[in-house]
Design a protein around this ligand. Structure first.
Ligand code: ZN
Ligand code: ZN
Ligand code: ZN
Length: 483
């Protein structure tokens, strides 16, 4: 009895004995290769991407040469979650992880907003008051931020750099909070828009720098009633990216940040990030919280920036939790432009995917720049499994993607290799039984193995590349030549 039939027996106990007997008899009666002929008739290879196959980013194409990664590119760690412990210890916690993360193959860390915010020692940083107070001024009720002191932040960045990792700052450009009250000539009321008294003395701003201000009544979006910055104002542009000690230049040249995660980019035009990037440089990704691929791709092109792949996030949620892996055929940002897609399974704001290990197997074998959520890695999932997938990503996940097979609970895709690297075949199984299928590989008469160790098979591909692979229940396997 083959395993397909066993699956049927387990999954569909209501089938009649008669139909089981017929199925059983017909399978046993087939020649050993007839299921190969079935597969050759059934499988339609769909080329999902057709670029030249370069990895997203490796040391050789990193601007500063710091970023280290294998031929598959790099992996990013989101180095926080919502409401990390307060008390000024978080930078030390992250610093204590840098060596282990680096040896696991993680090439970059995304930190929460590093500057002093209105809620002082309790703030997660998304209500910024003073972009240049890194926990070194007594302001908003505290010297240190929730995460620590400036010296602790600098030590963390130095530690990450010594481990050949980049560090990305979370940049909140839409809104400010914590200004003093002033009479506002544009609103005729009093507004908390006076930031001329901030402790660092850098980037003083007032009612003229926020909407409405005579230039603009508003822009693309306001956030929670916070003072909404107007990026057309020369003072704002000068202090964000123009002058030699502008926010972007200071964060890059003085603090040592290598890239940017832009918060709430729906709140202003993509030209703002585009202008920041052309003036400052470094890696860039925007939080455009939307599942519309056209919108994500438009923003990424207009902003000259990567964008979080919320389309893939919601599709994975529907596919893995809704038990319909056919949905993985749908459009996603990484399919439109893998070089501008940052894929993720959870973040500090949203954590809906229940079948997370399969989702990580998906993003770490496919194109795009995968981001791993701190809690998933450090607390909730099996770190050894994630480390194995990171290794596979960095060493085997190369080249364009072709989808080989999908149904409700099975998904098989092929990375076609690049520059002599053989690529891989990933098999994801969302059923409760072992499954197996013949698939077309790019490897002729080659012994392959499952680099996850989940399958003990070491099959050899036929001269035409076909081979039968298997996948454990509620799991995944990743196949590549046994070299
Ligand atoms: Zn404006
Ligand atoms: Zn706005
Ligand atoms: Zn957010």
């Amino acid at each position: 009895m083959n395993s397909q039939l066993k699956n049927s027996l387990i999954k569909w106990p209501s089938l009649t004995i008669l139909s089981l007997a017929i199925t059983f008899w017909s399978c046993e009666d087939q020649s050993p290769e007839s299921d190969l002929l079935d597969a050759q008739n059934e499988i339609k290879v769909v080329d999902v991407t057709t670029h030249d196959g370069r990895p997203f980013r490796t040391q050789s194409n990193s601007a500063d040469g710091r970023f280290t990664a294998g031929p598959g590119g790099g992996v990013m760690m989101q180095g926080f979650y919502w409401d990390v412990p307060a008390g000024g210890t978080w930078w030390d916690v992250v610093e204590s992880k840098t060596a282990a993360w680096s040896s696991a193959g993680i090439g970059a860390i995304w930190l929460p907003p590093v500057s002093k915010a209105q809620n002082g020692p309790y703030s997660m940083g998304y209500d910024p008051t003073d972009y240049y107070d890194f926990g070194d001024y007594n302001q908003n009720g505290t010297v240190e931020t929730r995460f620590g002191s400036r010296l602790e932040l600098e030590a963390l960045i130095a530690s990450a750099h010594s481990e050949n990792m980049e560090v990305y700052a979370d940049i909140v450009l839409n809104h400010n909070s914590g200004g003093a009250l002033e009479t506002n000539q544009y609103t005729g009321t009093s507004t908390y828009t006076d930031y001329t008294g901030i402790a660092s003395g850098k980037f003083p701003r007032s009612q003229h720098d926020f909407h409405p201000n005579g230039i603009h009544s508003n822009d693309e979006g306001v956030f929670g009633g916070f003072a909404d910055m107007c990026h057309e104002v020369p003072n704002v542009q000068d202090w964000l990216w123009g002058r030699s000690d502008a926010v972007g230049k200071y964060y890059k040249n003085v603090m040592g940040f290598d890239g940017w995660r832009f918060d709430y980019v729906k709140g202003f035009g993509p030209w703002v990030v585009n202008t920041w990037n052309s003036n400052i440089g470094g890696f860039s990704v925007g939080e455009l919280w939307d599942s519309n691929v056209d919108y994500l791709n438009w923003w990424a092109n207009e902003a000259n920036s990567s964008v979080f792949d919320f389309a893939a996030y919601y599709k994975m949620n529907d596919a893995f939790d809704g038990n319909n892996l056919n949905l993985l055929n749908d459009d996603m940002m990484w399919k439109r432009n893998p070089y501008k897609a940052v894929t993720f399974v959870a973040n500090h704001d949203t954590d809906e995917i229940w079948n997370k290990t399969l989702a990580y197997a998906y993003i770490l074998t496919h194109e795009g720049y995968p981001c791993i959520f701190y809690q998933d890695y450090e607390a909730w999932l099996d770190k050894n499994k994630l480390n194995n997938l990171i290794w596979i990503h960095n060493n085997k996940a190369t080249g364009n993607t072709s989808i080989l097979y999908t149904d409700t609970d099975e998904y098989i895709a092929r990375r076609n290799g690049y520059g002599g690297n053989p690529g891989l075949i990933v098999y994801i199984n969302n059923s409760d039984s072992w499954v197996e299928r013949w698939v077309p590989t790019n490897w002729n008469s080659t012994q392959i193995k499952d680099f996850t160790g989940n399958s003990g098979w070491y099959p050899t591909t036929q001269s035409g590349g076909w081979v039968k692979i298997q996948c454990p229940p509620n799991g995944y396997s990743v196949w590549s030549p046994n070299i």
